[in-house]
Design a protein around this ligand. Structure first.
Ligand SMILES: Cc1ncc(COP(=O)(O)O)c(C=O)c1O
Length: 451
């Protein structure tokens, strides 16, 4: 049945509810307002309300909504050339590849463009296996990670929601415990020790399988989509262990790049001691204006593929409209100094959340804050760290808190017991402060301190 246009927005809402299969939800429970526009850190509902986007949608609208520079670049490119396949050259694709190699310091490397994050990770695995001449080489990833919802993406992920849909072992994936310092799987009490132990567990896994059988290790270097934030000790140790064993290291920077963790790419925090062999990008690459992902490979890997057939590619890889958006997005990050801004505001955000932790017994842990990304973990009991609900279930009071925030004009992302705060890097100091004041009030209302 076509949407009842005569019924206006109401007809479209009905059609959205009835006709669309929405992702990551129970269809019968889907009940979201229709969004009709946006500007900066806000998006606009059809009833005229402006909502502050405290999660940048899926941590992807790093530039906020409708960034004028990006919109203009898409329009310009559309007027010149909407599409040409990868078999042909396209100026925005070439320019974007050169910019990415320059920003990442992967001199002499290459960029393989994809449609998003999951296929970037799949491609990175394929490239790692081919370039290391280990066509069936194992890939080591970790629990409580997220690498995408394609079949291999789900196998790579350590995600409780999708793990029953796929058999990681059959796809050559091994999982190790995460550097989850607040609940360290290795029993360490400090974050630094937990990072060291988690990196050592990767080395042990490689040694147990035999380095010749392992093609690559794939990890999120900093902020993880499932709420883990790697301690500083983790990534450089992982780099050392993998290099010593001749195993490639893939940084999944789909979420953590483009300022989200205070750097262009999160591994850059560690300088060349943190440089991976490959890294994957999406989300902030265009600020989500158009879907685009990428795999960046090192000089050495690129050279190995120079004279071999590479049998991979999707129709829209390196789409000119998306690449034009990517170029404009990079210009916007640079012109507005958004990477440094994220670092500065991220520190303020982190300090404010720590202050909230002192005031609310329900806050067990606050992590992140290297950029505009922070995780607030709620607990039933701070002393024992007992979770409010078993992961990944969501406590009803947290659901109610998020609904109350939306009613007050703030969109807040929650995952299990976690509140994820990842606003657009363009958010004003005032909006961020107001949103945190609202969070303070709502925590007191939905999770009052014990008498
Ligand atoms: C770290 C990470 N990797 C991969 C993905 C998958 O990206 P996409 O949804 O574009 O396929 C995501 C998406 O949330 C992510 O956060």
């Amino acid at each position: 049945m076509p949407p009842d246009r005569a019924a206006g927005e109401a007809g479209l809402v009905l059609s959205e509810r009835r006709d669309v299969l929405h992702s990551w939800c129970v269809q019968a429970e889907w009940d979201a307002p229709t969004v009709v526009g946006g500007a900066g850190a806000h998006f606009f509902l059809e009833d005229g309300r402006a909502i502050l986007d405290l999660s940048s949608q899926a941590e992807c609208c790093n530039l906020g909504h409708q960034h004028t520079r990006v919109v203009a670049a898409i329009r310009d490119q559309a007027e010149r050339l909407c599409f040409i396949a990868n078999a042909w050259g396209a100026a925005p694709r070439a320019e974007l590849a050169a910019r990415l190699l320059d920003l990442s310091g992967f001199a002499g490397g290459r960029v393989y463009f994809t449609l998003g994050g999951a296929d970037a990770n799949e491609a990175a695995v394929r490239i790692a296996r081919q370039a290391s001449a280990k066509p069936n080489g194992l890939i080591v990833t970790r629990d409580r990670s997220y690498h995408g919802a394609s079949q291999l993406g789900m196998a790579l992920s350590g995600d409780a929601r999708t793990q029953s849909q796929v058999d990681p072992a059959a796809l050559g994936v091994r999982h190790v415990p995460p550097p989850y310092a607040y609940r360290c799987p290795f029993g360490s009490s400090g974050g630094g020790d937990c990072g060291v132990a988690a990196a050592a567990a990767v080395a042990e896994c490689i040694d147990a399988e035999g380095a010749e059988a392992v093609a690559a290790v794939m990890m999120e270097p900093d902020a993880g989509t499932n709420g883990i934030v790697a301690p500083d000790s983790y990534w450089p140790a992982l780099r050392r262990h993998t290099a010593e064993r001749g195993v490639l290291l893939i940084a999944d920077e789909v979420m953590s790049a483009f300022g989200r963790c205070g750097e262009w790419f999160a591994w850059q925090r560690y300088g060349d001691d943190g440089r991976p062999d490959l890294m994957t990008l999406a989300k902030g690459l265009t600020g989500a204006a158009v879907p685009l992902g990428a795999v960046i490979l090192s000089n050495a890997l690129a050279a190995r593929l120079d004279h071999e057939q590479f049998n991979s590619g999707l129709t829209y890889c390196g789409h000119p409209l998306a690449c034009a958006a990517g170029l404009a997005a990079i210009a916007a990050y640079e012109e507005d100094d958004l990477i440094a801004r994220s670092r500065d505001l991220g520190a303020t955000l982190f300090a404010e959340l720590q202050r909230l932790q002192q005031r609310h017994a329900v806050i067990g842990d606050v992590r992140g804050g290297r950029g505009l990304f922070a995780v607030v973990e709620l607990v039933a009991d701070c002393a024992t760290r007992a979770p409010l609900a078993p992961w990944p279930e969501q406590p009803p009071a947290l659901k109610a808190l998020a609904a109350a925030a939306l009613a007050e004009g703030v969109s807040l992302a929650t995952r299990g017991n976690l509140i994820i705060i990842a606003p657009p890097l363009v958010i004003s100091e005032r909006d961020l402060a107001d949103a945190l004041a609202l969070l303070d009030r709502l925590l007191a209302r939905f999770f009052p301190n014990p008498e």
